[in-house]
Structures are given as C-alpha cells and as structure tokens.
Design a protein around this ligand. Sequence first.
Ligand SMILES: CC(=O)N[C@@H](CCC[C@H](N)C(=O)O)C(=O)O
Length: 373
Amino acid sequence: MINFRKIRRDLHQIPELGFQEYETQKYLLDFIRSLPQDRLEVKTWKTGIFVKVSGRVGNRLIAYRTDIDGLPLTEETGLPFQSRHQGRMHACGHDIHMTVALGALSKLIEEPIDDDALFIFQPAEEGPGGARPMLDSDIIKEWWPNVIFALHIAPEYPAGTIATKPGLLFANTSELFIDLVGKGGHAAYPHRTNDMVIAATQLISGLQTIVSRNVDPLDNVVVTIGKLTAGTVQNVIAERARLEGTIRTLSPESMIKVKKRIEKLVNGIEIGFDCKATIDYGANYYQVYNDEKMVAEFIDMIKKHTDIHFVTCHEAMTGEDFGYFLKEIPGFMFWLGAGSEYGLHSTKLSPDEACIETGIKTVNTYFQQIGNG
Ligand SMILES: CC(=O)N[C@@H](CCC[C@H](N)C(=O)O)C(=O)O
C-alpha cells in the first residue's frame, strides 16, 4: 500500500523554482521507476518528465498534466514537514498536484485501460512557463495526445469537492516589469535630481486607474504590482525604481488594450519626470478554456460514479500555462477542493491532505470512463 500523504510531505519539503526542479525530478523518477515497468515508457525533458502507459488496445492517447515547481516564498506554516529549501515554498499546491499524478499513474498500472495514457510532469508553471516549450518539444510531437486534462487545488472549497465550468475557467495573464532610471543625489538637494521613488508611486497610482477608468466595468481586469524596489539608503534620492506585477484579463483582446494603456502611462512618467523607462512583459499565459462537451461529460461522471460533491464555479483571474495545452488539444481543467484557511500563494497555505484521495479517485475514474471502449 503506497502512502501518498508521505509522498506529498516529501515533495513539500523540496520546492524548487521553474526549470531548477532537479531534486523534484529525481524524486519523481525514483518513484516512477519503483512501479511495474512493463507498460511504461519514460522520457525526461529539461526538468520535466513524460510517462507513457500502454493501454490494452492503444487507439487514443489520453494525457494528464501536473505542474512541479514551487514559489520564491518563505514558508510560515510551522508544519513538521515544512520546506527545507530556504526561501522556496509549495504555496500553490503543486506538491499535491504531483502526488495525485503519481497516485493516478500507479492506479492506471494496476487497472489498465484500453487507450494509452500520457502523464506530463511540467516544470515552471509559476514562471517563466514550461507548457509552451513542452508543446514544441519532439517528445510531445511523437506522443501527441487526443485529449488532455489537469487539476488545480482550491483552498476555498473543502476536501471532497470538485469544481469547474464549461468555457473560460482562468484568465489571460502577462507578467509586468517596469524599470525607471532618473538622476539620484543628496536628499537635501531634491531640485538637482529626478526622484524615481516619486515617479514609481505616481506610476502605480496611474496604473490603478486602468481598471476603474479605461476598462468596460462589465469586463474583468486585474493590474497588480506585487513588488516595488527603489533607492539605496534613506538620505539619497533614488536613481532607480523597479515595479514587478501581473496583468489579468478575460480575453486576449483586453490584454492588448491594457498593455497599450500601460505604455501611455509609462510614457507620461518619462516625459513628466525626464527619466528613462523600460517595460518587459515577461511570461504571458493564454486563458484556460474548457471544452464544453467534455466538461459536461466529466460533471455527469462525477455525479453518477462518485460520492464527490460537485460545484459549478465562476471563472477566476488566476492564470495557468495549461491554457496553451488546451489551445491545441481538447480537454479541461478542474478545481480540487483542498480546504485551507489560507489561500493560494499564502506562506501559510496548508491544504487538507484528504484532497489527495479525492484527486486520485477523480483522475482515475475519468481515465476509466474515457479510456475504455
Ligand atoms: C494558479 C496560479 O496561481 N497561477 C499563477 C500563474 C502565474 C503566471 C505569471 N507568473 C504571472 O504572474 O503572470 C498565478 O499567479 O495566477
């Protein structure tokens, strides 16, 4: 009997950032190699892994994807199995996601289906994005799935709950990095400088008017600046400031409009403060858009064949590069209730481990339903 809660705790202790998931990849490979190998083909791709499981007939290829990276956060849960990696945390549930994938993989080996299955362990979901380059890899071109699905934990729903909806589930996202360079100097001579602390704060106030004054109130947009760095010491006027944030929109068209407005506001700061500004949009993720027919069948399956509580949810402003898989392959994503008082990206996030069993049951039941006959 495999102890999946122990596996989750092991993985929880070794979070790593995107494309640096070496210890995680080794842990996953060691587990995968401990399973019966006769139906398995394993290929590594950077820090990710593809595992193909041969079915009894092998007509179609059904793919299931998990992300594997952590966040640059210092854990504050106080759990006995807290992160061992300084300044790194599984604060978005990818430790649970990986454990569910390993559980579903071992179940599928025990109970093979007619179709082939592909398990994708994808790096760098939090950034810079592993899905897009994985889709361009020779491995997935050879093992191109007919169908793909994935889950994400949802702390706001209790364990034992699944939620999703047809159509749009997650937003379009773009990272946002703005560097401002002016003229620093002595704190007592402000008239001889161009203060980038003042420029940055004015720019942030301007950026906050995009949602309230430039976007149709019936369209949802988020512009968040999560990090601001400027200056060197208390009595020197700052020469440089850096804003780091993210943009979220419900359509690719709105993303283009928001970016145009940001560029105008940044240009205004350049003129007003006689400074230099550069914008970098970093990683951009395409929206997660669920196949309507497949979601309807999935909901029907949950209701008919499991005791799991199902909730139809609204779309969320979270992003997921799984959207790139869904842009090219029919499929869907769903939320897995994980009952935590603290939300995603909180340093205190502590999912209820009962969600692991619900996740494995859901993924396995779906494989059995879709992959037979
Ligand atoms: C599910 C989730 O929380 N995903 C992340 C994806 C981040 C994308 C990128 N680094 C960005 O910030 O735009 C999210 O923050 O929604």
